[in-house]
Design a protein around this ligand. Structure first.
Ligand code: FAD
Ligand code: DLZ
Ligand code: SF4
Length: 510
């Protein structure tokens, strides 16, 4: 008897493991379901991207001769509301002797899958997701017995494993990491490369109408919609990035510029995470550009490190630590997420307003905005990790829990007590002023350290160190700021506490 082969919304790769060895009479099941579209109130653009990419992928499967049972969200009144219910409905419509599914990217669905066999009455075969460079066993072996899970050592293992940017056994150019060269602010008048605006076809237009009707009250701008929704389009986006933006990707990786959402970033995360592009093919193209003299080593190494280093490492941590990871709250943060995370007009902080505006308009903001603006602010303000995690899962088109959670909970909030980061990524206004042009147009003064007009990042930074002294003072990499704080007078410390308290109350964190 044939098998049911279930493909999830982020498994849109023609070589996905659930399709390995598929017979002609096997049935592929894909389902747009309200359970997935609303378990958190995803950004409208994120839902549109996933539904449109799913519909295009199903059409491609049919063109290749596969039989596909596709559940559309428009038929949701009478249709299944969960992925398990979709599988049940497909089973009722034919005779199948097993379900094959690629392991999902979230604990929530992995746990649900454990109930499928008993509930549906057919064997369920869950196959490993081999679209990653590092499998679970390799990551566990690497992590075993280590005092700390330093990304850099994991990354070197991945370089050796893939052979990317290797010169025999040595790293290309003699160094593993060129990060020091990748911290330049963008010069005044810098014009970032142009991006391809993909125009919605009939399928995407239909999805946009449906999303507007059903999820129009979710956060974010649905229009204009210019994302790639097929592998062919994603490949065009990749090639355009390699040709236009990669050469200066390294230089301006940490930079921020008013009005510029993308700078030299690749915008490929949503496509890689959904399965339209493979992580290794992306890195191979970047390496080929370097070998052909089209991009410098600092840019290409920096880019490849993000993918075979950070991305694989983050996934490893998610599965290694398990569902309890999200329950940690090392800094005991309990504040409420300020309203301005949902509305950029509700804050006078130019940097935060800009990051939230990009997030609202594009379901995207680049790494430094996520880490050093919205993440840093939530860290300094002491917002409860669960609220921050949910925000990040909702607002970005590339957000799936396996990648969102360790980045937010660990890297940005230090809520895991230092699994992912060796110290909190906390910074005051000086850092933001150095790496951006935001402060020039801000209602606050980055030079002022205390008082009504002072940049809130300034006093919140010291207040953060002050209130977490017991938990953080022993960290070697915080010796310098704690030495400085130690020299502050009692009056100055009190002034910082008063400013912070006043400000946090005014924005509803307390
Ligand atoms: P580029 O800057 O061009 O980087 C190239 C690629 O490297 C990305 O496409 C991505 O695949 C990978 N990458 C880079 N950094 C990371 C990282 N830290 N973890 C995993 N992959 C990385 N990334 C997500 O894919 N989904 C998320 O939900 C997500 N949430 C984040 C939350 C916070 C608080 C932070 C600090 C980072 C988060 N990231 C997340 C990582 C990173 O910010 C995004 O991958 C990146 O901004 C995507 O834009 P890009 O494709 O232009 O990336
Ligand atoms: C994020 C998402 C959304 C919005 N909708 C669907 C859907 O309707 N059907 C589906 O199969 N997947 C969807 N996804 C992705 C899943 O929620 C989930 O995040 C991933 O499959 C986990 O790896
Ligand atoms: Fe942000 Fe402070 Fe600069 Fe304003 S002054 S943009 S709040 S860092």
């Amino acid at each position: 008897m044939p098998a049911l082969r279930v493909i999830l919304g982020d498994q849109l790769s023609h070589d996905v493991a659930a399709l390995d060895g598929a017979a002609d009479d096997d049935l592929v099941v894909m389902a747009e379901v309200r359970g997935e579209a609303t378990y958190v109130r995803h950004h409208q653009k994120k839902i549109a991207f996933i539904f449109s990419a799913m519909r295009h992928f199903a059409a491609e499967l049919r063109e290749k001769g596969r039989q596909v049972r596709y559940f559309h969200i428009e038929d949701d009144e009478d249709g299944p509301h969960t992925l398990r219910a979709a599988a049940r409905k497909a089973l009722e419509e034919g005779r199948f002797d097993e379900i094959v599914i690629t392991e999902p990217g979230e604990w929530r669905l992995a746990e649900d899958l454990r109930r499928w066999e008993g509930d549906l009455g057919v064997p369920v075969r869950v196959v490993a997701d081999d679209r990653f460079v590092c499998d679970h066993e390799t990551f566990e072996e690497w992590a075993e017995g280590r005092d700390d899970l330093l990304m850099e050592s994991f990354y070197r293992m991945m370089r050796r494993k893939t052979g990317l940017l290797m010169d025999g056994d040595e790293p290309e150019g003699g160094r593993w990491n060129y990060d020091k060269e990748n911290r330049k602010p963008a010069p005044g008048g810098y014009e970032p490369p142009k991006r391809i605006d993909f125009q919605p076809d009939d399928i995407t237009s239909g999805v946009l109408t449906t999303v507007a009707e059903r999820y129009g009250d979710h956060f974010g701008a649905l229009q204009p919609f210019h994302m790639a929704v097929t592998r062919a389009e994603a490949l065009r986006a990749l090639n355009a990035f390699i040709g236009r933006a990669l050469p200066e990707f390294g230089d301006y990786q940490d930079a921020m510029l008013g009005g510029e959402a993308y700078l030299n970033h690749s915008l490929l995360s949503a496509y890689i995470n959904a399965g339209l592009l493979g992580p290794e093919e992306v890195c191979e193209k970047a390496e080929a550009a370097y070998r052909a003299g089209g991009a410098p080593l600092n840019a290409v190494e920096g880019f490849i490190r993000q993918i075979i280093g950070w991305r694989e490492y983050i996934r490893g941590v998610y599965w290694l630590k398990g569902p309890d990871y999200a329950k940690t709250n090392h800094l005991n943060a309990s504040g409420k997420l300020p309203d301005f995370y949902w509305d950029p007009e509700k804050t006078d902080m130019a940097c935060v307003s800009e990051a939230v505006r990009h997030t609202r308009d594009h379901a995207y903001s680049h790494h430094i905005q996520r880490l050093m603006i919205t993440g840093n602010f939530a860290l300094l303000a002491g917002v409860e990790p669960a609220e921050v995690n949910e925000w990040y899962l909702i607002v970005y088109s590339d957000a799936f829990e396996w990648v969102q959670l360790p980045n937010t909970h660990g890297m940005a909030l230090f809520a895991d007590g230092g699994v992912v980061a060796t110290k909190p990524y906390a910074a005051g206004g000086n850092y933001i002023n150095k790496m951006s042009d935001y402060c020039k147009g801000c209602a606050y003064s980055v030079k002022d350290k205390t008082g009504e007009k002072a940049c809130p990042f300034n006093y919140l930074y010291w207040y953060f160190l002050d209130r977490n002294e017991d938990r953080l003072k022993g960290l070697r990499r915080l010796n310098m700021p704690y030495n400085t704080l130690g020299k502050f007078s009692v009056e100055r410390r009190n002034e910082i506490r008063e400013d912070a308290d006043r400000f946090l109350k005014s924005i509803g964190v307390r």
